[in-house]
Ligand binder design. Structure first.
Ligand code: SF4
Length: 101
C-alpha cells in the first residue's frame, strides 16, 4: 500500500509552532478572564509577568520588536518578539527572547 505523507517545510513548521503558542496563550487568557484557568498556569504566568514588568523591552503590553537586549544565556543581541505580554506569559511553551524566563 502506498503511503501519501505530506512533508511540512521547516519554515512552515516554525510558523505553525509559533501559531500554536499564540493560540494557547490567548486561549489561556480567555480562560483566566472567565475564571477557569488552572492554578499552576496562573502562577507561572504571574511569575513571568513580574519579570516582564521590570524589562526595558516591554512597551505597554508588548514585548517590543523595536527594542533590543542581550540574551542572558547566549549573550546575543535579540529583538523583542512583538508578542502581547498578557497572552505570551500564559503560553506554556513560549520563551522569553532574552531567556529571562
Ligand atoms: S518576554 Fe522577555 S524580553 Fe519580552 S518583555 Fe518579557 S522579559 Fe522582556
Amino acid at each position: 500500500m502506498e503511503r501519501n505523507y505530506t512533508r511540512i517545510p521547516p519554515n512552515e513548521k516554525i510558523i505553525m509552532s509559533q501559531l500554536n503558542e499564540i493560540l494557547l496563550g490567548w486561549g489561556n487568557l480567555v480562560k483566566d478572564r472567565i475564571g477557569i484557568l488552572d492554578m499552576n498556569t496562573k502562577q507561572l504566568a504571574e511569575s513571568r509577568l513580574l519579570i516582564c514588568n521590570s524589562c526595558y523591552l516591554r512597551v505597554d503590553n508588548i514585548c517590543s520588536p523595536k527594542m533590543v537586549g542581550y540574551n542572558t544565556k547566549t549573550k546575543e543581541l535579540k529583538k523583542g518578539c512583538g508578542c502581547n505580554i498578557s497572552a505570551k506569559t500564559l503560553s506554556l511553551q513560549s520563551k522569553c527572547p532574552l531567556d529571562r524566563w
